[in-house]
Design a protein around this ligand. Structure first.
Ligand SMILES: NC(=O)c1ccc[n+]([C@@H]2O[C@H](COP(=O)([O-])OP(=O)(O)OC[C@H]3O[C@@H](n4cnc5c(N)ncnc54)[C@H](O)[C@@H]3O)[C@@H](O)[C@H]2O)c1
Length: 368
């Protein structure tokens, strides 16, 4: 029975309303013979009652440490910092494999508890691509934030606090309203337009009414000529959605912006890729990650020149928790259905092998 049991834990990160399982995917798992425990959680975008209605068993908030040891715990984000050993199997984003110069405190907890970690970032298909990722809604939400920043700038203000929307329709309606009813006349450029984030950004611009010809879509072919690109200065909003793997010529520089003087159209840059501190960041015009409470940072555009603001929020899908969770969880579902054969199903054996390698490296480095 435990092979077909999942325990959905609550998320303890502030503002995190997303969920690894949704009532839709929980129902599909139950139909396939799974037993699903769900921790009561007011922060989650889905009501506890939505899970109960599809047959999940509700359990106390944050009670997973007391769950039977053979039950698999599923969540999204990192566990709160602690030194408590972890004896369970956990499925989550752990961000603990890149630790240098010491055993990650998270891996140490697994080592001491003899649990297992399946990191969601490393569940991949046969071609090495992640089975589930939040990119589409990162691009969608990033484009919405960019349009909101433009609307704010047009009324002489800075964009204020961003609050997660209950659903996509509410986000689209709000952006349109802030732009005065329609986004017609807006011109935007999305680089990385063929990827997950890029497709999401393009979708938002279509939904708020930007005309197709005014949504400039670039990917590898268009940037092959090498930047910096004048074309970026000639749109209202530039969205960067590339997956950066190596050093490439800059897309946009501060000097280029300053040299353009007053004639520049560009007002807002959304760096969805958020390679903020990466020395190869192709948009070296800012140096901090922005936040929901302070979504934009101003670029030094030179005296007397119009402003440019940058949005560099690294958890954009949180702005659209319902749809982001639904898509992520649906993409994860085929792998979850394979959990009962985790000893032979490639997606799980690969993830477990990676975990064991990382753990062994860390243990060796620490001489434990
Ligand atoms: N800010 C956030 O909240 C957030 C959330 C999710 C993902 N991300 C980040 O967004 C980035 C993109 O993720 P994704 O899932 O969309 O990746 P992806 O692999 O699906 O898409 C990346 C796209 O960029 C293109 N590309 C790569 N290099 C390019 C170049 N030099 N010029 C033009 N196009 C180029 C690729 O061809 C591809 O189409 C990643 O860095 C990811 O970590 C950010």
């Amino acid at each position: 029975m435990s092979e077909r049991t999942l325990w959905l834990r609550c998320e303890k990160k502030e503002f995190e309303r997303r969920s690894a399982l949704t009532p839709t995917t929980a129902k599909k798992l139950i139909d396939a013979g799974f037993k699903i425990f769900v921790e009561r959680d007011e922060q989650r975008i889905f009501d506890d009652s939505e899970f109960e209605a599809v047959g999940c068993e509700l359990v106390e908030h944050n009670s997973w440490p007391n769950a039977p040891k053979d039950v698999t715990i599923i969540g999204l984000k990192e566990l709160p910092t602690s030194e408590e050993p972890l004896p369970h199997t956990h499925i989550q984003f752990a961000h603990c494999y890149k630790q240098r110069g010491g055993l990650s405190s998270v891996l140490a907890r697994f080592h001491h508890g003899q649990g297992t970690l399946y990191d969601l970032e490393f569940l991949t298909d046969a071609s090495g691509r992640r089975v589930a990722a939040f990119g589409f809604h990162a691009g969608f939400a990033g484009a919405a934030a960019g349009a909101l920043a433009l609307a704010a700038e047009r009324s002489g203000k800075n964009l204020g606090l961003l609050v997660p929307y209950p659903n996509e329709g509410a986000m689209v309606a709000d952006v349109k309203e802030k732009l005065g009813g329609s986004a017609k006349g807006l011109k935007v450029l999305v680089i990385g337009a063929l990827g997950r984030c890029g497709r999401g950004a393009v979708d938002l611009f279509r939904k708020i009414g930007v005309e197709e010809n005014d949504i400039v879509k670039w990917d590898m072919a268009e940037t092959a000529k090498g930047g910096p690109f004048q074309e970026i200065l000639d749109v209202d909003i530039f969205i960067n959605c590339i997956y950066l793997t190596s050093k490439i010529p800059f897309f946009l520089t501060r000097e280029q912006i300053q040299a353009a003087g007053k004639s520049r159209r560009l007002r807002v840059v959304v760096d969805v890729s958020c390679d903020t501190t990466n020395p190869n960041n192709p948009i070296p015009i800012y140096s901090i990650n922005t936040t929901f409470s302070e979504p934009t940072v101003a670029v030094d555009t030179g005296a007397g020149n119009p402003p440019v603001s940058v949005i560099s929020i690294d958890h954009l899908p949180t702005l659209l928790p319902r749809e982001a969770s639904e898509q992520f969880s649906a993409d994860l579902l085929p792998s979850l259905l394979e959990l009962p054969s985790r000893q032979s199903a490639r997606v799980w054996t690969d993830a477990e092998r990676l975990y064991k390698e990382k753990l062994a490296d860390a243990v060796k480095a620490e001489n434990l």
